[in-house]
Design a protein around this ligand. Structure first.
Ligand SMILES: *Cc1c(COP(=O)(O)O)cnc(C)c1O
Length: 481
């Protein structure tokens, strides 16, 4: 929530109080240098003991509510026919208005099942933007992922409130070129994770749905961050200013044929969900659930998490919950912009992002600009962020790097976990790093897995720049920070 202060400023204020806390430590610079070297300059390979503020992801790291934790105590652990499954069903019906649903262990498990049902070799899957696991699953099943965002979606310094919109002319072009029967489905991701948590508008979703219907193309919504997309529709699409988050979410559901989500984001649990009103899709998906996930009433999830997902679904449409990280991210982005840091604008739904190609213009993409920035930020702050750039793209069939559209350093704000003083600290260290950007160099792989290499690949700092940067840091801050 935003409260207006007496001096006219807007303050994004936390609408919750901490009742359980986890201790953090700020490891000193020498420990951080050792840790990042050992991690192969890959922030995924750092250990919690070496991290001060963990902004790697909002996935599975959100604070759960008291009601979610309480619900876990009354979970029904039945293998089949569990009451927890039925309570999830009531929540899916009440919040999403969808009758048929399947739990699964994560969002990518839902993608795997969707790929199995819809994605044949020779088909294409158009979407507003891909997610790493989405692309991996659909393409492994033989369908080509086509990203048909509007041209300005890649403009990192923009005022376009809906950079997650799908380009309708390009969609028509895809239909003309491939034929509707070769389109597995059209996928809308709410909000587009990899380009900065940017939302689509309700108007765009409606137009996509109408065009898809004319050609009998199924519309699939990735609802992993649906509450944030709904919040942005409320704030940025004038017609929805007085519409509740719950009503906006329901309207989004009515403009799709099938939805899935990673429960690790908006619903603040660990699990996944598929839901639809189309009994035919449901039956096809259901057939595979026991093969890959588990019996249909638990789908690989713990019954405790199923209970908490039911509560999380209801809570995510509360305005105070839907806005909890978005408002802090807006403050984060405003503060970065004020300090001259090339932050991605407008602020998105899961993280603050920095455009690494503007931050480190001397580091080419072949040397993994965003990866270098993420490693450097950790080194000077103990803040763990995530590379979203060329390292996150796998090599093509010829073994060449595929330069990413954007090189972003993503600093996620898990929901209801960090506060404004954490944000202020990160902005300060980023500003210091920006002033010393010339000390940061590129990276090269020395251990590189063939698929989703960003998770476990190891790199080295070219010319040992990590040591140079640590020396400069010690000069300004001493060796205790
Ligand atoms: C996280 C995420 C996924 C994958 O979900 P997992 O639970 O991590 O498997 C898919 N799509 C989007 C938009 C996501 O944010």
């Amino acid at each position: 929530m935003i409260v207006r202060l007496s001096d006219g400023r807007d303050l994004p204020i936390e609408m919750y109080k901490a009742r359980v806390v986890q201790k953090t430590t700020l490891p000193p610079i020498d420990q951080r240098l050792g840790a990042i070297e050992e991690a192969g300059y890959n922030t995924f390979l750092l250990w919690t003991k070496d991290i001060f503020i963990d902004m790697l992801t909002d996935s599975g790291t959100n604070a759960m509510s008291d009601n979610q934790l309480a619900s876990m105590m009354v979970a029904d652990d039945a293998y089949a026919g569990g009451e927890s499954y039925r309570r999830l069903g009531t929540a899916v019906q009440d919040v999403l208005g969808l009758e048929y649903y399947l739990p699964c262990h994560q969002g990518r498990a839902a993608e795997h099942l969707l790929a199995k049902i819809f994605c044949r070799p020779g088909t294409v899957t158009p979407m507003n933007y891909h997610f790493t696991t989405t692309k991996a699953h659909f393409e492994m099943a033989g369908s080509r992922v086509l990203e048909i965002y509007r041209d300005d979606a890649m403009d990192t310094a923009s005022e376009n409130p809906f950079k997650g919109n799908l380009d309708l002319d390009k969609f028509q072009g895809v239909i003309d070129e491939y034929g509707a029967s070769n389109i597995a489905f059209v996928r809308m991701e709410a909000t587009t994770n990899l380009i900065g948590g940017q939302p689509f508008s309700m108007e765009n979703l409606r137009q996509v749905y109408e065009l898809a219907k004319q050609h009998r193309i199924p519309v699939v919504l990735d609802c992993s961050l649906v509450s944030e997309n709904a919040y942005f529709i409320k704030c940025r699409e004038p017609r929805y200013q007085d519409v509740s988050i719950a009503e906006i979410v329901r309207e989004m559901m009515s403009l799709s044929d099938l939805i899935y989500l990673s429960g690790r984001k908006s619903t603040c649990v660990r699990g996944g969900l598929l839901a639809t009103n189309n009994v035919d899709y449901f039956n096809q998906l259901k057939a595979w659930l026991p093969v890959y996930e588990g019996f249909i009433t638990y789908g690989g999830m713990s019954s405790k998490e199923i209970e908490a997902m039911a509560v999380g679904l209801r809570e995510m449409v509360d305005l105070d919950v839907a806005s909890s990280s978005a408002d802090l991210i807006q403050d984060f982005v405003d503060k970065m912009v004020a300090r001259g840091i090339p932050a991605v604008t407008p602020a998105g739904g899961l993280a603050g992002h920095v455009d690494a190609m503007k931050f480190l213009p001397h580091v080419p993409q072949e040397q993994y600009t965003a990866g270098a920035l993420a490693a450097a930020l950790y080194l000077v702050s103990g803040v763990r962020s995530m590379e979203r750039g060329t390292i996150s793209m796998d090599r093509d069939e010829q073994g060449n790097d595929v330069p990413s559209d954007l090189e972003l350093c993503r600093m996620a704000l898990p929901r209801r976990v960090y506060t404004m003083s954490h944000v202020d600290y990160v902005v300060d260290r980023l500003a210091w790093l920006h002033a010393h950007a010339d000390l940061v160099g590129g990276l090269e792989f020395f251990e590189e897995p063939p698929v989703l290499r960003f998770f476990t690949g190891r790199l080295r700092a070219l010319d040992g720049w990590g040591h140079r940067l640590a020396d400069a840091f010690r000069k300004d801050f001493g060796d205790q920070l």
